[in-house]
Design a protein around this ligand. Structure first.
Ligand code: GLA
Length: 378
């Protein structure tokens, strides 16, 4: 993939000045906790987006999307955009408008499924921020790179957290990243899997609810915090609650808000329990935590959908699967699955067939590993 994108660049623009690989991300556990100042445990994956680029000394960007063979000329003003993907570049230019940036010729493309909840849009955004940083000697540090990417993505209307951008920049081979989304700091967690594997299974559906309902969940959490804060001044985010606080706040919230809050509090605890289980190499316990996370996301937080539930339920009676849950924002996208080893051909084709019989589309089954992010590339 990388070679063909480089060849395309060279044939069109000559030799590139800069190359960036921006990976996608998977998340072991800690869903919808980032914007509640909680904990997440993602990792950067081997699949991602490659960019080759060279400064053109002009004020516009000529950008070729290799995957769709679409070419756009992007200026820094607000001219109309022709293709859906151009908005990611435009938002980055807006976020970096205070910097002195010259135009460039760019070819980008990759092997990251679009809309699968593995951060294809964040990979484009982070990759372009990193590219501009290099081409223009902006000297942005790691935090600034993450923050500028987050700022650019919020321009699309989703009030996302920092997990995706943080892991795309800071991912490290054979490590997951425990991110504390209050202090925006991280610790690496060794992932020594033995024969065990992580698989993503892409439902290949994306329900339209994603943008509105994601923002609604975030608003519900904020509403709960503001209600709780009236009696408990020390509660400034759902991160400030622990399991033992739940009974005492029960009467202050209606059923819906209490469910949302309980899920976030439990999910934060599950992140820590998962790290302990991984350290103990207790993969059965990790699997149980994934199932518990899915259950909460589906029942209490209500961000799952029929296809995701089906994929998770379908693992129950297969001993090769230790656990599974929906991953990312929800309403479609992928499940993450922990298996005892590499899945054999029969298991994969049986699963594909049964899902297709049920929903009329083929799912994608992708094995993933912890890989380096943009800043850890050697
Ligand atoms: C999306 C957002 C992340 C995070 C997840 C849910 O991927 O971009 O910031 O909130 O949903 O955990």
């Amino acid at each position: 993939m990388k070679e063909i994108i480089l060849k395309t660049f060279t044939e069109k623009f000559g030799s590139p000045g800069t190359a960036i690989f921006a990976p996608g991300r998977a998340n072991i556990i800690g869903e919808h906790t980032d914007y509640n100042e909680g904990f997440v445990l993602p990792f950067a994956i081997g699949q991602g987006v490659w960019f080759y680029a060279k400064s053109n000394e002009k004020s516009h960007f000529t950008i070729l999307a290799y995957d769709t063979n679409e070419e756009a000329v992007l200026t820094q003003d607000n001219s109309a955009l022709k293709y859906g993907w151009e908005k990611y570049f435009r938002q980055v230019l807006t976020a970096l408008s205070g910097y002195n940036i010259t135009g460039a010729d760019i070819v980008f493309g990759g092997d990251l499924s679009i809309g699968a909840g593995i951060s294809s849009s964040s990979a484009i955004t982070c990759g372009f921020v990193a590219l501009l940083n290099q081409l223009n000697d902006l000297h942005l540090n790691a935090d600034e790179l993450v923050n500028k990417s987050v700022e650019a993505e919020r321009g699309y209307g989703v009030r996302g957290g920092i997990m995706d951008q943080y892991s795309i920049f800071n991912g490290k081979k054979d490590k997951a990243i425990l991110i504390d989304c209050r202090t925006n700091s991280h610790q690496y967690v060794d992932i020594e899997m033995g024969e065990h594997q992580f698989y993503l299974i892409n439902t290949n559906v994306k329900h339209n609810l994603i943008h509105t309902d994601y923002n609604n969940r975030r608003a519900e959490c904020e509403q709960a915090v503001s209600l709780l804060n009236q009696n408990y001044r020390e509660i400034n985010a759902l991160r400030d609650l622990t399991i033992s606080d739940l009974p005492k706040i029960r009467m202050m919230l209606d059923d819906l808000l209490f469910n949302r809050v309980s899920f976030v509090v439990q999910e934060n605890r599950r992140v820590m329990q998962t790290i302990q289980a991984l350290t103990d190499k207790n993969y059965a316990a990790v699997g149980e935590l994934l199932y518990a996370s899915h259950d909460g996301l589906a029942q209490m937080y209500q961000v799952s959908c029929e296809e995701l539930d089906w994929l998770v339920n379908y693992t129950f009676d297969d001993e090769q699967f230790l656990g599974a849950r929906m991953m990312g924002g929800g309403f479609g996208g992928c499940t993450i699955n922990l298996t005892t080893g590499i899945l054999d051909h029969n298991t994969v084709s049986d699963r594909e067939k049964k899902y297709k019989d049920r929903f009329g589309i083929k799912p994608d089954i992708i094995r993933v590993h912890c890989e380096n992010g943009i800043l850890n590339k050697v």
